[in-house]
Ligand binder design. Structure first.
Ligand code: GLV
Length: 349
């Protein structure tokens, strides 16, 4: 049952409390549920789908939902578990009984800097493997758009011009993936399976079977970018990676490269990217993420024909894909077992 709790919006209510369907039982022997769950998404349209799956899996647990802090206010005091994204970090400070936060999403950069609890409250994230296949499709689409020269085809079509042109193939490309975690590895595997030569860069020296050549550590970054026809950023945003791609790194990039960012906007110095485009070092930039989202109306990216902007659509959090991961963690939490995808507060991811 989803009970309408009233609220803002002239009779339309957006805050809900979901309760058990009769006959449900989410408590098995050995489980001590931590307490009420608050589901939070700034996309209101997410709420019913996430809520339906949560109620079905955890029928005895009170589950409240909100898509902004005002709607969440009545539940902040009692909430033990926050499952959500897009909540302002200061909302956390009003949650005295919080024991665990699971981010809907793979990145925690927007809360980690202002995480108020230290180790007293557990912070986990969604497993990147659950969103990686769709992110790989996005990256592949961006690359093929260029190799197949679909922009030229569209131009010709507008003018009814039938004129042969050569197209390229991904098999001719050396594609670098910066960030070889759960998502970057799937992206690299996908591109390699189509014949691309894959290069990888990561900060730590851990090996990777997803790439043909691995570069590790910051000192290797200039050599890595210099070897890429296409560079794909899949890094988390941390104190170590913020602004990592600036003028000095673009200076080492291979001329005419395609730059794709599906990580976080603040990984790059946007002015340096624009200069690299002007200097023809970067032939095209495909950006799903930017430093300030939504991208301000007067930002030069909008009008630059060599920049493709998508509004952070890559890697959507599909309820059916990600809720089972939360539920498994919830059960682990209730039994005192280790959870998956715990954030390392030092590393910030
Ligand atoms: C999306 O950006 C995510 O963090 O998963």
């Amino acid at each position: 049952m989803i009970e309408n709790k009233g609220g803002a919006g002239g009779g339309i209510s957006y805050a809900y409390v979901a309760r058990a369907e009769p006959g449900g039982n989410s408590q098995s022997p050995g489980m001590t549920p931590p307490g009420p769950i608050l589901l939070f998404s700034i996309y209101r349209s997410d709420i019913p789908r996430f809520e339906r799956l949560l109620v079905r899996a955890l029928p005895d647990i009170p589950i409240h939902s909100a898509s902004n802090p005002e709607e969440a206010t009545p539940y902040l005091e009692s909430t033990a578990v926050l499952y959500g994204w897009g909540f302002p970090p200061d909302m956390l400070e009003k949650m005295p009984n919080l024991r665990w936060v699971q981010k809907i999403g793979a990145g925690v950069d927007e809360i980690i800097e202002r995480w108020p609890f230290g180790r007293d409250v557990l912070l986990t994230r969604t497993d990147g493997k659950l969103i990686a296949p769709r992110m790989a499709e996005y990256v592949l689409g961006a690359i093929l758009d260029k190799t197949l020269r679909l922009d030229r085809a569209r131009r010709q079509q507008q003018e009814c011009i039938w004129e042969f042109f050569d197209i390229d193939t991904i098999r001719n490309l050396s594609i670098g993936i910066a960030g070889l975690g759960e998502i970057g590895s799937v992206v690299a595997d996908t591109l390699r399976s189509l014949g691309a030569r894959t290069l990888g860069w990561r900060r730590s020296p851990a090996p990777s079977s997803a790439v043909d050549e691995l570069f590790t550590g910051e000192a290797a970054l200039p050599r890595f970018v210099g070897a890429c026809d296409v560079l794909v950023l899949v890094l988390p945003l941390t104190k170590e990676t913020k602004g990592l791609f600036g003028t000095d790194i673009f200076a080492h990039c291979r001329r005419g490269m395609h730059f794709i960012n599906v990580g976080r906007g603040a990984l790059i110095d946007e002015r340096a990217l624009l200069s690299a485009i002007d200097a023809n070092v970067v032939a095209h930039a495909t950006l799903d993420v930017v430093a300030t989202e939504p991208l301000p109306a007067d930002h030069p990216f909008w009008s630059n024909p060599r920049v493709t902007i998508t509004p952070h659509v890559c890697g959507p959090l599909v309820a059916e894909d990600v809720v089972p991961h939360f539920v498994a963690n919830y059960e682990a939490f209730s039994r005192g077992h280790p959870l998956k995808n715990i954030i390392d507060l030092e590393k910030q991811y």
